[in-house]
Design a protein around this ligand. Structure first.
Ligand code: AMP
Length: 223
């Protein structure tokens, strides 16, 4: 009797400190490999923006730089991962953020092909990236006042709208987010290092160079 085989769904877990470029790299992978992007932070920010019950529950926690509860993000992840992948698998951006979440992810992906890419970035870099980050309130274009400023201060080059700052990109909240990262998320790197499906890229370069390194890992994955 011949065996029926089906290709496993790929899951790329992007890890990085806050401001490490997870969102930017995820977007580039979506464009290049047609993968489905799951950003827990984006999902939560959208709920806050809509003023939903869930948004009301998480707003203050997010604004303080702390993590929202594992149960709450588990539901977001599970419903999306078990939904239909558009095509070439999923990119997880911002999940897992602690070892308990990593264990949960392992338990729901045993039939999937999971690969973890850590984007390593120096702390002084991430502080500048976060504190300098601005985005257009209308078209969403992202700037950095240190590295890629708009032509006119606080005005979008493309649509002329006002640039705004994420409420958790202020200096006080940035230091809390980095503290939470060091305490809760860094141990996730060891969890995956010992599991043997872990890759690391140097994230201190510009986004295009980092993308080439990340894409090499993604392109080489086979089940
Ligand atoms: P991010 O956009 O990934 O920087 O996430 C913004 C905020 O959303 C974080 O500071 C947390 O408050 C919350 N958040 C995002 N992902 C998670 C997660 N996996 N677990 C708990 N909270 C999260």
């Amino acid at each position: 009797m011949s065996e029926v085989t089906s290709e496993k769904v790929k899951v790329i877990v992007l890890l990085a400190p806050p401001g490490g470029g997870k969102g930017t790299q995820a977007q580039k992978l979506v464009e290049r490999f047609g993968m489905t992007h799951i950003s827990v932070g984006d999902v939560l920010r959208e709920e806050v923006r809509k003023g939903s019950a869930l948004g009301g529950q998480v707003k203050e926690i997010m604004e303080s730089g702390e993590l929202v509860s594992d149960e709450l993000v588990a539901e977001i992840i599970k419903s999306r991962l078990t939904g239909k992948a558009k095509s070439n698998g999923f990119i997880l951006d911002g999940y897992p953020r602690n070892v308990a979440q990593a264990g949960y992810l392992t338990s729901i992906t045993d039939q999937m092909l999971v690969r973890v890419i850590n984007i390593a970035v120096a702390e002084d870099q991430v502080v500048k990236r976060l504190s300098g980050r601005r985005f257009c309130g209308k078209c969403g274009k992202i700037y950095n006042i240190y590295f890629s400023p708009p032509a006119v201060t606080a005005v979008c080059d493309d649509c002329g709208s006002e640039l705004i700052q994420r409420s958790d990109d202020t200096e006080e909240v940035i230091s809390e987010r980095l503290r939470v990262y060091a305490q809760q998320t860094r141990p996730v790197l060891d969890y995956y290092r010992s599991a043997g499906s872990y890759f690391e890229v140097d994230g201190n370069w510009d986004p295009g160079n980092v993308h080439e390194e990340v894409a090499k890992v993604v392109g080489a994955i086979s089940g």
